[in-house]
Design a protein around this ligand. Structure first.
Ligand SMILES: NC(=O)c1ccc[n+]([C@@H]2O[C@H](COP(=O)([O-])OP(=O)(O)OC[C@H]3O[C@@H](n4cnc5c(N)ncnc54)[C@H](OP(=O)(O)O)[C@@H]3O)[C@@H](O)[C@H]2O)c1
Length: 363
C-alpha cells in the first residue's frame, strides 16, 4: 500500500472541522498535526475528530517541522493566508488555501512566486466546483447542452454578521477588505466556471466594471438569519455590503455577479446561464438536447442552498487534490487559476475610485 500523505491543519476554527474530516476519510491521507493560535482550540479540534497521538502546536514553523507533514491546510483568517501559504511552500509542503487567498495583488504575487519556486501543489477552496449541481451543469456545458454560453449571472447572497466566528476579522476593511473578497469571490469563481467551455476549464475574466452600495456599512444594528432576530449595538461592517460587478470573459461571454451581505433572509446562491442552444435557472434547464420540451426540466440534485460548512463538498475537493498530488498534475482550482478570480475583487475597488472599467490582468 502507498504511504499515506501527512496533513497539518492550521487554524482550528469552523471550516477546519470539515477539512479534517475530509482528510480523515481519504484513504491516502492521515491528519498528523493541528496548529492554531490557542492550544485550547487545537485540543478541541483534535478531540472532536477523535485524533490521538498527533502533533499539537501554537507556532506554524514548529508545526511545519512535525515529522511526516506533506500537506498543509490553511484555515486561518484571510489576512494570514499569504504568510501561511508562503511559509508552508518554503517548507516544501503542498497547500490547501482557504478563500480568499489574499488581501492584495502584491500578496498574491508573493504567494505565486513562493509556490512556483518550491514546486509544490496548491488548491484554493472554491469548494462549490464540487457541488453536485455545479458538477452536473459543468458536464452539460461541456456536452453542448446549452450551446455557446453568452451570459452568466451568479450571486452570493448571505447575511454575513456576528453569528459567524470569523466576523471580527471579516467585518474590518484592514483584514477583510470587501464583501467581494470575504464571500463574493465564490460568485466570481462560479461565473468563471460556468462561462468556461471545457469540462474542467474556467473562463478568464478580461474586463470588470463595478458599483457598490447597500445600507449596512457603519450600522451598529444587524440581522442574524440563523435566529431570525435583529441584534443591537454590534461592531459595524466597515465596507459596503453590496457589490455588483459586470464582467467580460475571454470566451466572448459577458456576466454579472453580485455579493450581498445586507440581505434580510437566509443564504441563497442563484445561478443563471444562457447559451445559444439552452438556458439554466438554478437546477431548471432548457436544452436543445430535449426536443419537444414543454416545460423546464428540473435536475433533482444537491443545490448550493446553505452556507453551513458541513453541507459543502470538501470531500470531493480534497479527494481531487490528493489525486493531483499522487499523479503529479495541477488542479484546475490551483492558486494560479484563482488569481483571475481575486483580481476582480481588487479591480472592483479600483472602479469605485476611477469610475472606469478595469482591464485584467491587473498591472
Ligand atoms: N470555502 C468555504 O466555503 C469556506 C467556508 C467557511 C470559511 N471559509 C474561509 O476559511 C477561513 C477561516 O474561516 P472560519 O469560518 O473557519 O473562521 P474561524 O472559525 O474564525 O476560524 C479561524 C481560526 O484561525 C485561528 N487563528 C486566528 N488567528 C490565528 C493566528 N495568528 N495563528 C494561528 N491561528 C489563528 C483561530 O484559532 P484560535 O481559536 O486558536 O484563536 C480561529 O479558530 C476564512 O478565510 C473563511 O473565509 C471558507
Amino acid at each position: 500500500m502507498q504511504k499515506q500523505l501527512g496533513v497539518l491543519i492550521h487554524g482550528a476554527g469552523w471550516v477546519s472541522g470539515e477539512h479534517t474530516k475530509a482528510f480523515q476519510h481519504n484513504s491516502n491521507t492521515r491528519v498528523v498535526a493541528i496548529s492554531s493560535r490557542k492550544m485550547e482550540s487545537v485540543k478541541k479540534r483534535a478531540a472532536e475528530a477523535g485524533l490521538k497521538d498527533i502533533g499539537m502546536y501554537t507556532d506554524l514553523d514548529e508545526a511545519l517541522r512535525h515529522p511526516g507533514v506533506d500537506i498543509v491546510s490553511v484555515c486561518t483568517p484571510q489576512h494570514l493566508h499569504a504568510d501561511n501559504t508562503i511559509r508552508a511552500a518554503r517548507a516544501g509542503k503542498h497547500v490547501v488555501i482557504e478563500k480568499p487567498v489574499a488581501n492584495s495583488v502584491d500578496e498574491m504575487r508573493a504567494m505565486l512566486e513562493a509556490v512556483r519556486k518550491a514546486g509544490v501543489k496548491t488548491i484554493v477552496s472554491f469548494v462549490l466546483r464540487w457541488n453536485p449541481l455545479f458538477d452536473t451543469l459543468k458536464a452539460m456545458i461541456a456536452d453542448d447542452a446549452f450551446g455557446q454560453v453568452y451570459y452568466v449571472e451568479t450571486d452570493y447572497q448571505h447575511d454575513i454578521a456576528g453569528w459567524w466566528s470569523g466576523f471580527e476579522d471579516g467585518r474590518k476593511k484592514s483584514t477583510g477588505v470587501s464583501a467581494l473578497n470575504v464571500g463574493g469571490c465564490h460568485a466570481v469563481d462560479a461565473a468563471r466556471w460556468f462561462a468556461g467551455r471545457g469540462r474542467y476549464q474556467p473562463a478568464k475574466i478580461t474586463e470588470v466594471f463595478a458599483y457598490c452600495g447597500g445600507y449596512r456599512k457603519g450600522l451598529i444594528r444587524e440581522f442574524h438569519y440563523p435566529t431570525d432576530t435583529w441584534v443591537e449595538n454590534v461592531p459595524p461592517m466597515e465596507y459596503d455590503g453590496l457589490e455588483v460587478v459586470l464582467l467580460k470573459f475571454d470566451t466572448g461571454a459577458i456576466g454579472k455577479v453580485s455579493v450581498n451581505f445586507d440581505c434580510v433572509m437566509p443564504y441563497t446562491f442563484p445561478i443563471q446561464i444562457f447559451g445559444d442552444k439552452g438556458s439554466v435557472k438554478d437546477n431548471r434547464v432548457w436544452s436543445h438536447k430535449f426536443p419537444g420540451q414543454k416545460g423546464w426540466v428540473e435536475i433533482p440534485t444537491i443545490l448550493p442552498v446553505t452556507a453551513d460548512v458541513s453541507h459543502h463538498p470538501f470531500q470531493g475537493q480534497m479527494d481531487h487534490f490528493v489525486d493531483c498530488i499522487l499523479n503529479n498534475r495541477e488542479s484546475h482550482c490551483n492558486l494560479e487559476d484563482s488569481i483571475n478570480t481575486h483580481e476582480v475583487v481588487f479591480a472592483a475597488q479600483q472602479c469605485y475610485e476611477t469610475k472606469r472599467p478595469i482591464q485584467l490582468p491587473l498591472r
